[in-house]
Design a protein around this ligand. Structure first.
Ligand SMILES: Cc1ncc(COP(=O)(O)O)c(C=O)c1O
Length: 213
């Protein structure tokens, strides 16, 4: 929710100290973090260190469903016990094909797309920070526009939507009380003009609502 990056070495140390099993949900890091987009482990140079690594196929990989990686016994256990797996139909062939095609694309064009993504993130963050918005501790393409009060976040989202920008608020209990925000994801597919338009709309709505304070 804050766009910050897990301190994996510190968490692995804690797991060692307390003999705990680590599971990481890397919904937002696959394809984005790491020199070749392999996610949080590659980002920290700790490949293969997370015992249970799961992710979605609904973000960087624009398909549906998700995956869990881990030791063979764990995966066998999940196959026979995980509710979503046991009681759901299998992934459909078109969805599997879309996910495979996206993984191929990541391998072929990932670095150019990550460069484009980083440029968009930089442009968007700079624009909003110059307009006086607080973007919290983000280090990634998940960019929270911190607004504090839920009513303010709802009003900002409604204003942006009325001006043609699809943007959604995130409110407690999904985030701590007093930290309501707009949660924005810039992508590699946005053009510079898209990014500038989004900054202009958010800034104009902010002015209309007397923000940022
Ligand atoms: C960290 C995290 N995990 C899982 C999900 C849900 O993924 P899916 O829609 O594929 O179930 C999200 C969605 O925003 C997410 O942010």
């Amino acid at each position: 929710m804050d766009g910050d990056i897990l301190n994996l070495p510190a968490v692995l140390d804690l797991c060692r100290r307390y003999n705990a099993l680590l599971m990481v949900d890397e919904a937002h890091s696959l394809g984005v973090l790491g020199a070749s987009g392999r996610g949080i482990e590659e980002h920290w140079g700790q490949s293969g260190r997370i015992p249970v690594l799961m992710g979605t196929l609904s973000k960087t990989i624009p398909a549906m469903g998700g995956y869990v990686t881990g030791e063979r016994d764990l995966i066998a256990y999940l196959r026979h016990n995980a509710r979503g797996f046991v009681f759901s139909a299998a992934m459909t062939p078109p969805v599997a094909a879309a996910a495979l095609a996206a993984f191929d694309l990541l391998e072929r064009e990932g670095s150019q797309r990550r460069a484009r993504l980083a440029a968009n993130v930089e442009r968007f963050s700079r624009g909003l920070r110059n307009a006086g918005f607080d973007l919290g501790p983000t280090q990634t393409p998940v960019i929270p526009v911190m607004l504090g009060d839920s009513t303010r976040a709802l009003a900002m989202a409604a204003c942006c939507q009325a001006r043609g920008l699809l943007i959604l608020p995130v409110l407690p209990p999904a985030v701590p009380e007093g930290t309501a925000r707009l949660r924005v994801n810039v992508t590699a597919a946005h053009t510079s003009a898209d990014v500038d338009l989004a900054v202009d709309i958010i800034s104009a709505c902010g002015r209309d609502l007397g923000l940022p304070t």
